[in-house]
Design a protein around this ligand. Structure first.
Ligand code: AMP
Ligand code: ZN
Length: 113
């Protein structure tokens, strides 16, 4: 995807605070953090949103949760954390490359606003 912000971050064309990378996923600090820990975890494969996943993405989507758990441990989020996917307009998605927010370091309310 040539015109995707997060694909450009993965390609190193836009500088970011990289936290983790392997052959399947990339994780970096959110530019506008909503909590003391706010990491975005994205697949290297361009998928526009959760609405666009298919059965062939099942291992990748599961793997992202494994990475979220690993990064939460590395950040010492021993009291818990939240993993969020915003999908589409009503979900509040602003970047059309599927991403999971890993939020921690404070207590979150429910329901979300
Ligand atoms: P969402 O609203 O769920 O689509 O989340 C998109 C997130 O990307 C927001 O929390 C933004 O703060 C974050 N964001 C946008 N541009 C950048 C960037 N260049 N580097 C890091 N995070 C970004
Ligand atoms: Zn992309």
């Amino acid at each position: 995807m040539t015109n995707c912000l997060f694909c450009k971050i993965i390609a190193g064309e836009i500088p970011t605070n990289k936290i983790y990378e392997d052959d399947k996923v990339f994780a970096f600090g959110d530019i506008n953090p909503q909590a003391p820990v706010h990491i975005l975890i994205i697949p290297k494969k361009h998928i526009s949103s959760l609405d666009d996943v298919t059965a062939e993405d099942k291992d990748l989507l599961g793997y992202i949760q494994i990475v979220a758990s690993k990064l939460a441990k590395e950040k010492n989020l021993t009291d818990g954390y939240r993993v969020v996917n915003n999908c589409g307009v009503d979900g509040g998605q602003t970047v059309a490359h599927i991403h999971y927010h890993l939020l921690g370091g404070r207590t979150f309310g429910w329901p979300p606003g």
